[in-house]
Design a protein. Structure first.
Lengths: 228, 228
DNA sequence: ATGACTTTCGAACAAGTGTTTGAAACTTAC
DNA sequence: GTAAGTTTCAAACACTTGTTCGAAAGTCAT
């Protein structure tokens, strides 16, 4: 099986006869798998669905990724790194020592990468946020442990930042409000419309990124800063 | 196959030799299925897992409910009716003509049935809210259509109520805020902790109903009533 | 006790699942 | 051109899935 080193080199290889700029086999599998995992969930997506739509052989998944579980991990890991990095970069920009740190700036620092993601199909578009929201409730055994160790810096950075931005509250209260804030932000970008389950929601386009931000930021900031 | 009429009568039947007050076969299936659907999701839960834990024969599911899809619908329908009724009753109580209608009262009218549910294992406990949050992202083909027609009254009642409680806002803004409010309320009671996916969350007991309400209500009310 | 239902049970069904294998095709370097 | 290495492919693997069926067991009114 192809190892990581060769995988990083292969993009430069031959591929002379341009066939509609068809991406790598592994990339095509990742793209299709990402979409299908979001649409139908992990369990309901079969490898045959993926390989057919990706126009690759069935065995290609196990050859390139090892197993279905490992494929899911690869799908997830391809996006999470850059996303977290983008958030931390935004944090760096607003955490300048002299500058005051507001809750709104913190909310925006998370919302902006979500917006950028939603508008850039080459980076998975809005799919990744939806994938995260699915992963959240599906409670994947593999990811929970793998991620919780690796990306705890994300929560730590935001926790410290929120402590600075909301010095009037105790840390337990802040933790709860962060919990609520990230919940609503994630689900808003994922387009999970709770009210649709009870009947036609009034929100006409719950997945329009600009509209989301316009309404989302004031809501979250107000919730975060409300007096206790 | 047993029809609905007989099903309503059967609870009165024999069952003389008390066997630890074991419930009906159909009820036992519903109870186990509800728990497993929440834990593992619809697709990842096999009929054999259900029938083994319920200590019934494999064919019992198809005999009593017809199919796995129909079983899921039954699991869901058993809870949704009483829950919606409880919310509407709360609404009735606070919508007295003379009385002023506040956003906080509306939030509480939804949160109280959630709390009652969480504390009453005989009605599914917190499981049902978690089931709803799973169903929400799993986007079940069956439920979306069945529910959207039947329970549109839920959304309509709350829409009208929120229009009354927040007359200073346009209906589009209210729709968005309702969208956010119900999103965070549902996920809070479902115990979906977004931050856990990135690392250890600071919220120690995100599933304690009383703690949820204490922190949730101020957050949501502030978000709903924030000036635009 | 008889007969009519209702419910349970074990066994089997066809279809779909993730994974493996070994040979073929392709690519690359000498 | 040859050989080594990489990638694709068709076929099969063992296994699980939801569903069906007919017989056995249980229930109940007469």
């Amino acid at each position: 099986m192809m190892n990581k080193a060769t995988q990083l080199i292969t993009p430069i290889k031959g591929q002379d006869h341009m066939e509609a700029n068809k991406p790598d086999t592994a990339t095509r599998i990742l793209d299709v798998a990402e979409r299908l995992f979001v649409e139908h969930g992990f369990e309901a997506t079969s490898l045959r669905m993926i390989t057919q739509q990706a126009e690759v052989n069935l065995a290609a998944v196990n050859y390139h990724f090892g197993s279905k579980d490992a494929l899911f991990e690869s799908v997830f890991m391809r996006r999470i790194g850059p996303f977290v990095a983008a958030c931390l970069a935004e944090l760096d920009a607003i955490e300048q020592p002299g500058q005051a740190l507001t809750a709104e700036a913190l909310v925006t620092s998370f919302v902006r990468p979500c917006l950028a993601l939603s508008k850039d199909p080459s980076r998975g578009g809005a799919l990744f946020v939806r994938l995260m929201s699915r992963t959240l409730v599906e409670n994947h055994r593999l990811l929970r442990e793998a991620l919780s160790q690796q990306y705890s810096v994300f929560v730590q950075r935001y926790s410290i930042a929120f402590q600075r931005a909301l010095p009037q509250f105790e840390s337990e209260d802040i933790a709860w409000r962060m919990h609520f804030a990230f919940t609503v932000m994630f689900n808003a970008f994922a387009g999970n419309d709770v009210l649709k389950i009870f009947g036609r929601s009034q929100v006409v386009n719950a997945r329009d990124p600009d509209l989301i931000i316009k309404h989302l930021v004031p809501f979250v900031v107000a919730g975060l800063t409300a007096p206790i």
